[in-house]
Design a protein around this ligand. Structure first.
Ligand code: FNR
Length: 366
């Protein structure tokens, strides 16, 4: 987003956010540099992170005319959850880096907006506290080196009432995030992990503690074990290859999330949207395909739907909104995305989400 901002924005600050870029600037002005860099930065030289946004911008939508699509219905089903929008909150570590109310504030705003909240393994609040907020709740699991802890986390997510288990498969180790390395970024001591209290995460660098809390040897056998362990809908997050998507579906997953982790893992992988059509083809309607990495507007949401996604996860924009304005900021972000999506659907001639998913697209070169 940073690369193109000057072309489209007026001077900050903004009383009302008319685009995600406005929230971006509001957060930029609020956050200390090292936290801003951790949230906004990506791996390596951030080519992939920039490409995520640029590749989405190159997807052009072919509107249907005379469709009478005033007041479109943006509600849908994501995985097994009924939602007001084809949007869920992406799992993101430590929302308290953005705002002291942390994940609780995000979960409350998501509930009010009718949007599922994904509880991250690396959370400052427990899955029990976050599920008690009462909205639709999914649990993101980093495969654990200690399989006893892994089983316990899954059982806790089930008991708390989470309605999906999302296993992140693109982090055997953390990507090399140059901004964090240069800043020697560390979690402040007051931010600790609520799910893995034995881990001394407070005061540590995320790169080193991720090594302790993620199983770098996790493989298809490990995924099969998780499949056998839970009756929850199981989704894998971080797929870019059609072959992997096909194998995961054959193994019994209930959903696939096309994602490159917002460019935070391997700089040099394709922009996530470039991988979406082949994964949708390979999955061939057997399970839903969700998408994230680079969604910055309602039009981007419509683009992902038109390419066959059931819906999208939104990452950094949620933390920008949270950083700038706390829970009301996240509520404002969802309201903005709803307004943008509804506007785009009306103009593109889509009365509802199934129609949006049948829109045709072309690619442009800017
Ligand atoms: C993430 N992401 C992430 N993913 C995950 O599965 N577990 C995690 O703990 C985290 N942590 C995390 C922290 C921060 C600060 C960010 C920005 C992202 C990745 C996230 O779920 C999602 O894939 C990307 O953020 C999507 O890209 P955008 O929307 O940020 O461009």
């Amino acid at each position: 987003m940073a690369a193109d901002l000057n072309q489209t924005t007026s001077d900050p600050p903004f009383d009302v956010w008319h685009s995600v870029e406005d929230a971006y600037w509001s957060a930029f002005r609020t956050l200390p540099k090292d936290r801003w860099d951790f949230i906004t930065g990506a791996a390596g030289h951030e080519h992939t992170a920039r490409a995520n946004e640029h590749a989405l911008a190159e997807i052009a939508l072919l509107p249907r005319t005379l469709a009478g699509a005033a007041d479109p219905d943006t509600s849908t089903t994501l995985l097994c959850s009924d939602t007001a929008l084809p949007v869920a909150v992406a799992p993101m570590a430590y929302h308290q880096l953005a705002h002291p109310d942390g994940e609780l504030a995000t979960a409350r705003a998501a509930k009010a907006a009718g949007v599922p909240f994904t509880v991250p393994t690396l959370s400052g609040h427990t899955v029990e506290e976050l599920a008690a907020v009462g909205g639709e709740c999914w649990f993101q699991l980093y495969p654990q080196p200690d399989k006893g802890i892994e089983a316990e986390l899954i059982a806790r997510a089930e008991a708390a009432g989470c309605t999906a288990l999302m296993v992140t498969v693109d982090v055997p180790i953390m990507g090399r995030r140059l901004r964090d390395l240069r800043n020697d970024f560390r979690l402040p001591p007051e931010i600790t992990n609520a799910h893995l209290p034995g881990e001394d995460t407070g005061g540590s660098a995320p790169t080193s503690h991720t090594t302790d809390v993620v199983d770098a040897r996790f493989d298809w056998v490990g995924l099969g074990t998780i499949r056998d362990r839970t009756a929850l809908p199981l989704v894998i997050k971080g797929v870019l290859s059609a072959v992997d998507a096909d194998r995961a579906v054959s193994l019994g997953v209930d959903g696939v999330i096309v994602s490159n982790h917002g460019g935070r893992q391997l700089d040099g992988v394709p922009p996530a949207v470039a991988a979406l059509p082949a994964v949708v083809d390979a999955v061939d309607g057997r399970v839903p395909v969700l998408f994230d990495s680079g969604i910055r507007s309602g039009i981007d949401i419509l683009r992902a739907l038109a390419l066959g996604a059931q819906g999208v996860l939104v990452g950094r924009p949620v933390l920008w909104a949270l950083a700038a304005r706390g829970e009301p900021g996240v509520a404002e972000l969802f309201s903005l995305l709803r307004t943008e999506l509804a506007s785009a659907m009306t103009i593109a001639g889509c009365r509802d989400i199934p129609t949006a998913r049948s829109l045709r697209t072309t690619r442009t070169r800017r």
